[in-house]
Design a protein around this ligand. Sequence first.
Ligand code: PHE
Ligand code: NA
Length: 497
Amino acid sequence: MAREQWASKMGFILAAVGSAVGLGNIWRFPYMAYENGGGAFLIPYFVALLFVGIMVMVLELALGHSTKGSAPLALRRLGKNFEWIGWLAIATAFIITTYYTAIIAWALVYLVKLFMVGFPTDFGGFFFSDILALSSGHGDLGGFNLPILVGLALIWGVNYIVVNSGVRKGLEKANEILMPVLFFLILALVVRSITLPGGLMGIEYYLTPNFAVLLTPKVWIDAFSQIFFTLSLGFGIMVAYSSYLPKKSDLTASAFTISLMNCGFSFLAGFAVFGTLGYMAMTQGVPISEVVTQSIGLAFVAFPQALSLMPGGIILAAIFFIALFVAGISSSVSLVESTASAVIDKFNLPRHKAASAVIATSFFASLIYATNAGLYWLDSVDHYINWFTIPLVAVLEIIVSIWIFKGSKLEKYIDNLSEYNLGSFWKFFAGIFSPLFLIYMILNGAWTELTLGYEGYAPIFLLLSLGIPVFGLVVSLIMPMIPWIDKGREIEEWDEF
Ligand code: PHE
Ligand code: NA
């Protein structure tokens, strides 16, 4: 079977941007920025982007491009003992998809309720009680939340259609439509929010740096983990996507384009959110640092509430939730693709079978998030994935491909393909600076976890949540023992760097 290929370079960039731009940009970035003091967050964020994010992006693109494989195949081709690392990336993608789709379902249900009943008076109650029907904690599963369950099924259906249609007709086509639409939706929100009274005050809060905060580790760790999440790094997605590229492809330029477009998007969404919060601060006469009480609910509570104060707010809120939905779908298909392409490579299955198998399993696994305790499970699993699994995958990828497999060769491989040479700048930041920081992140996270726990959740449920990525790790260790169905495929010739 010849490997599928993108129809055009633009198609590849759009699909990669479609994966990168997601809930992370519209829901997670603004609340991270808000929680870390607005402008204080931006410096660590851009440092993380330039010196780590883009550098690791170059690495993942090079891995997929040279080996022509999804993450497990790529790592297998580097060496027999490395395949499991590829599967760990896939397991991470798989686990994230199961709850990522649940958040998209929240946006969908929110949108429908908004059309049916208009703005509520109590926004917190509307989200937590009416929409999530939230129970008292992890252990109190209650039952299925029917609207969320229906939304979830629908979202998995859409995912199936796109991934099943393949690289060109599915992923490429979908993003050619979704990305421009998303851009204009966000732009409309930005224009509206900064032209309101108080809007500029919000922007000022967003853009004024605070150098004192740079001394606290939390803001750096939040910025670094946000960069990995937002650029879709550590999930094998960029590896799989660049394996569908033609031989001559400028990897450095692609990495810069994808990363800068993604973070440009977040930056823009920040204008809409902070402008709107500034308006709310003004109308309610409270300082902007106090308008949001629960930062994680920013997109679902404070933001719609702020919109409701504006003339025409209901239309803007509809636009906002449609944007969340669109951004979420285009990212979730990439997560599914990452797993599907690994299954296709390993078991030599036709695409439709791989897609069906992956989606049926994921849908089943996502059911826990459609219960009344969904939010709690989502919160704790997301926490472990972001603090431990993603940095771990990234460190392992770096060690294997740069340290064991010779960074200089990889550096030449990349530079030969690219118009602008990164040279040893890349090797230093991808090979030394990034892993050191990632290891620091993991250790600091572990220490915080052991001393403070997380969000006051009961240890038993934290352990169970941690059990999910640990289970993923166990599966990853087992997968290499299963032989490649298409014998010899794993050691077929590749563009050895
Ligand atoms: N990058 C996406 C976002 O910002 C999330 C994502 C993570 C998508 C991992 C795919 C893989 O929302
Ligand atoms: Na993103």
